[in-house]
Design a protein around this ligand. Sequence first.
Ligand code: PMV
Length: 341
Amino acid sequence: FTIHTQTVSESCPSNIALIKYWGKYADQIPANPSISYTLNHCKTNTSMEFTANEPFSVQTFLAGNEEVKFAEKIEKYFRNIEQYLPWILKGKYIIRTENTFPHSSGIASSASGFGAIAKCLMALDALFTGKTSEEESLRKASFLARLGSGSACRSLYNGLVVWGETDEVEGSSDLFGVQYPDAEIHEVFKNFNDWVLLIHEGQKSVSSTVGHGLMKTNPYAERRFQEARENFIPMKDILKKGDMESFIKLVEHEALTLHAMMMMSDPAFILMKTGTLEVINKIWDFRRETGLPLFFTLDAGANVHLLFPNNGTEEQIKAFIEAELLQHTQKNGVVKDVMKF
Ligand code: PMV
């Protein structure tokens, strides 16, 4: 190394899956393909200070506070990816990271977090080994992010992103995310709102690592993996045609199936809260009464992602959310994002 200390800074957004990834094989290979929207405004900003020729160590700060547990996780992750970045263990790191969305809001901070770290590593790699193309570098960042947190590999690209091999999407891979072809997406899906109602802020009772693991013994797992694969066929058609009604049905089904899998695990667990169910029922009542395209998806947690297009109906939908749904949130309220691409 000719350069002693280098600092790089990168930013990466979170994402929300529409067809869910739940269940994996060794080396972070997903049991089925998934597709997500990248959230434009929920981001992690990370700076990485690397000092070469020092014993390997990692120190991490989250919003200015030292996080020892997180540092241990990153240390383990770096050891795990040494085969792909041979210089990675040859120095010490100080990593400073902050999220633009509330901490522990249940918005996937592991996706944006590992995405940002992988981008920092590729920025350092470019300094040490010479630049590769932007495209190559992003792909490798996605590959590395996947090894930190599976869903993180989808955060490296904007818009709709697919991870997991499927005949329905050219170039798709189990190893990294790929952008869904722009020409195959109807305009109505290119400008969407995702408002996250923060129903429950506390620590999740079951981590997603444990949740994925429980799919190994879930008697419905194979059928579920098959269903997710099959869901890419209608999804392709829906995205092309702008078929909002079928989109809503498919996306809500995926969310409920994810949580149904949790209930059918052994041991069973439930991450939804009373507020989650109340909000879902209110959304369904609203849709029945008005026919307006407000719908939901869920991550592995209690919070509800409210999805609705910007197609002229959004003001009426926003008014309903403000009047009827905000009462179910805890003090943090709602995180508003517009997904545009
Ligand atoms: O990337 P992980 O291991 O945190 O798993 C995330 C799984 C879900 O968020 C529930 C679904 C998905 O596809 O993002």
